[in-house]
Design a binder for this molecule. Structure first.
Ligand code: ZN
Ligand code: ZN
Length: 545
C-alpha cells in the first residue's frame, strides 16, 4: 500500500500488510519528503499524508528506512508523532535520522534502532533481510520481505556500481539466492528506465574530477550532493592530488561529513575553516559546497551573488558542477551559472568532463536485476507515470509474468490469488507551511497563489443604524500602478464604484452583513477588472457601531 512515491519521484512511503482484516500487521518502508516549487509559494517541504495509516498505528510493527536520501527519510521527524512505531535504520542513516528527530524535539520519544548491514530480523509476520546494494549514498539497502505467502524484494534506490569507492559492493550473490528461493514481487526503482546501458561507476567521476581540478590555477569550488559521500571523498582526493586543502561550505555538507565520519568514512581528511581557507593562496584551496541545484540560500548561490562573507570568486576562479540537473531545477541552476559567468568565473560541468554519474539503474542494470531476482510480479515505483509505464513494458519484455503500476493509495493484494488492486485509501500531500502542517487542498495555498498573481484589495467602512457613517476606505496590495500616476489615484475608480454601490443600497441591505458584502465586493471586483485588467482577491470589512 504505497502512500507516496508512486507515479512521482519523491516522498516515498510504502506500507506492507499481512493477515486477515481483523488481525493485520504492518511494516512501513521509508518516510520521505518532496520539495515545493513555484506552484507552492512559501512551502519548501511536502510530505505524504499518513492519515489512513494513523487510524491503526498500533498495528505497525516497524518503520524501516532503506537509505538516507531526503525522499526516503525526510518526513520522519514530521510524521513520526502520527505513526509512533519503532524506527529501524543502518548506522549512517540512523545518524541522520537521529538529527531529524532531535530537530523536532522527539529525542527519547521515538525509538530508533540500529540495523547492521545484511541483518535479518523478524517484525511480527515479516521476516526482513537487508541486502547491500550500491547507490549514490552510503548504506543503500534493499529489503527481502519474507512472509508465509511469499517474498517481496523491495529494492529501494540502487544501481550496480562495480567500483563504488566507499562502502560495500553490490551483493549480487544474495539477490541471486533470494531469486532461487522465489520472489513473488519486486518493487523496483524506475528513475532511469529510459536510459540505455549502465549508470556508470563512481570511479569514473573520481578520475574525471582529478583531471578537472588539475587544470585549474585559481580557487576551485566543487558543488555536489552532500549525501554523495563517495563524491565528497573523490573531491577531497582530487584536492589532495593537486596540493589543495578542502573547506566545506553549507550546513548539509558539514552535517553529512560528520555522519560519514561517525561510520568511519572520510577519516583521512581534515577540513579547513572558511577563515583559514581565505588566507591561503587561491591555488591551494578547494571549496566543497552545497547548492548544485541552484538553491537560493545555499553556499554556491551566495558565492554567485557575491554576498558570501568569507568567499569571493572572480575571473581567476572555477566552479565545478559535479552533479546532474534535476528536472524542474533548470532555471534556478542557470540563474546561478549566469551570475557566476557575470563575475568571469569559469564553469565546468559534465559536458567537459564525466564528473557525474547517476545513482539509479539504467536498462542493462534493470535487466540483470530481473534475471537474478526472477520475480513473478513487477511493481515499478520511484518514477513519474511515463517511467513506471515504460518499466512495466520493459519487465514484460523480460518475461516477467505480471506487472502492476500502482498509484498512491492503492491497496494491492499480492497473495493469495492473482495480483489485484483491491481498495483505494486516501493518500494526499501535506504542506509544511511555517510551523503548520496542512493539506495541499486547504484554502490557504489557493488564496496565496491567487494573491501572488492578482493582488489584493481591502475595503472597510463604518455603518451605524442602517446608515453609512464612515468610509469606504480602499487599500490595495500587490497591484501595479499605471506609470507616473500616484498609487491612491489609481484607486479612485474603485473608491467611486464602492461609494456608488453603497449609495444605491436600501437600509435593509446596509443592515445585512452578508448582502452588503456581496453587493459591495461585486462592484469593487468589476471596477478593479476595468481599472487593472485583473481580478484581485477582495475583502470587505464592516464595522458596526
Ligand atoms: Zn529515492
Ligand atoms: Zn536515493
Amino acid at each position: 500500500m504505497p502512500l507516496g512515491g508512486c507515479r512521482e519521484i519523491g516522498m516515498n512511503l510504502n506500507a506492507y500488510g499481512y493477515g486477515p482484516p481483523d488481525n493485520r500487521r504492518w511494516i512501513v518502508v521509508d518516510v520521505g519528503v518532496t520539495f515545493g516549487n513555484e506552484t507552492t509559494p512559501g512551502v519548501d517541504l511536502i510530505l505524504p499524508d499518513p492519515g489512513y495509516l494513523e487510524t491503526f498505528s498500533e498495528d505497525i510493527e516497524a518503520i524501516i528506512l532503506t537509505h538516507a536520501h531526503e525522499d526516503h527519510i525526510g518526513a520522519i521527524g514530521w510524521l513520526w508523532p502520527r505513526l509512533r512505531a519503532p524506527i529501524y535504520a543502518t548506522p549512517f542513516t540512523a545518524y541522520l535520522v537521529a538529527e531529524k528527530l532531535r530537530e523536532r524535539g522527539l529525542e527519547g520519544q521515538a525509538e530508533l534502532n540500529i540495523l547492521q548491514l545484511r541483518e535479518r530480523r523478524t517484525f511480527g509476520p515479516f521476516d526482513v533481510e537487508l541486502i547491500t546494494l550500491t547507490h549514490s549514498i552510503p548504506e543503500p539497502n534493499g529489503l527481502a520481505i519474507r512472509t508465509p505467502l511469499g517474498t517481496v524484494l523491495h529494492t529501494g534506490d540502487w544501481k550496480i556500481d562495480p567500483e563504488p569507492l566507499i562502502g560495500e559492493d553490490f551483493d549480487q550473490a544474495k539477490v541471486e539466492q533470494i531469486g532461487r528461493e522465489g520472489v513473488l514481487a519486486m518493487v523496483c526503482d524506475s528513475t532511469n528506465v529510459f536510459e540505455e546501458g549502465e549508470a556508470g561507476s563512481e570511479s569514473t567521476a573520481r578520475e574525471a574530477l582529478q583531471r578537472a581540478v588539475g587544470e585549474q590555477s585559481g580557487r576551485v569550488a566543487i558543488t555536489a550532493f552532500a549525501s554523495n559521500v563517495a563524491r565528497v571523498q573523490s573531491a577531497c582526493e582530487a584536492a589532495r592530488a593537486h596540493d589543495r586543502s578542502v573547506c566545506l561550505l553549507g550546513r548539509s555538507m558539514i552535517r553529512v561529513a560528520a555522519a560519514a565520519q561517525s561510520v568511519g568514512l572520510l577519516r583521512d581528511f581534515t577540513f579547513l575553516d572558511p577563515e583559514k581557507a581565505a588566507q591561503l593562496p587561491p591555488r591551494h584551496v578547494v571549496y566543497l559546497c552545497t547548492g548544485s541545484q541552484g538553491e537560493p540560500n545555499a553556499a554556491l548561490a551566495r558565492i554567485a551573488r557575491g554576498d558570501h562573507p568569507l568567499v569571493r570568486f572572480d575571473s581567476q576562479d572555477t566552479v565545478i558542477f559535479s552533479s546532474r540537473v534535476i528536472p524542474g531545477n533548470e532555471r534556478s541552476i542557470s540563474d546561478i551559472q549566469n551570475m557566476l559567468a557575470d563575475r568571469g568565473v569559469k564553469l565546468v560541468t559534465d559536458r567537459q568532463f564525466p564528473i557525474h554519474v547517476s545513482g539509479h539503474p539504467c536498462r542493462d542494470e534493470l535487466r540483470r536485476m530481473y534475471q537474478w531476482a526472477k520475480p513473478r510480479i513487477s511493481i515499478p515505483v520511484h518514477g513519474e507515470r511515463r517511467h513506471v509505464m515504460e518499466h512495466a513494458r520493459f519487465a514484460r519484455s523480460l518475461q516477467v509474468p505480471e506487472s502492476i503500476t500502482p498509484d498512491n493509495g492503492d491497496v494491492i493484494r499480492l497473495a493469495p490469488g492473482p495480483v489485484e488492486v483491491i481498495d483505494q485509501v486516501p493518500a494526499g500531500r501535506l504542506h509544511v507551511d511555517g510551523d503548520i502542517i496542512t493539506s495541499d487542498k486547504a484554502g490557504g495555498m489557493l488564496e496565496r497563489r491567487k494573491m501572488s498573481a492578482n493582488g489584493h484589495l481591502g475595503v472597510s467602512l463604518v455603518v451605524a443604524r442602517g446608515r453609512l457613517e464612515d468610509g469606504p476606505v480602499v487599500v490595495a496590495r500587490g497591484l501595479s500602478e499605471p506609470d507616473g500616476r500616484p498609487a491612491d489615484e489609481s484607486l479612485d475608480p474603485i473608491d467611486e464604484a464602492a461609494v456608488a454601490a453603497l449609495e444605491g443600497m436600501k437600509r435593509s441591505e446596509l443592515e445585512d452583513d452578508e448582502r452588503l458584502e456581496k453587493i459591495l465586493s461585486r462592484a469593487v471586483r468589476r471596477a478593479a477588472e476595468q481599472q487593472f485588467g485583473k481580478r484581485p482577491l477582495v475583502d470587505i470589512t464592516i464595522h458596526r457601531i
